[in-house]
Design a protein around this ligand. Sequence first.
Ligand SMILES: [Zn+2]
Length: 83
Amino acid sequence: MTDHPDPIDKAAALTDMYTEHCVAAARQGAKPEQVQNEDGSWPVTECIDCGVDLPQARIELGRVRCVECQHRLEQRNRLLYGR
Ligand SMILES: [Zn+2]
């Protein structure tokens, strides 16, 4: 036991916290935005931003935006949040 908090331990704890935060953020980005209905259909089959039909492959990834709108959204987020 010590009265002095170890700066190395503190740094390690901060690093862990930071890493976890980044992993969580990355996971958030890859998370499906919709889930398949029990009958096999999908709730969203058109881009929620521009209304274009989504390619089947994109729907199966659980995406709700076309590539262009997703790209635009990510660019805007990068501008707003710096990532
Ligand atoms: Zn779109």
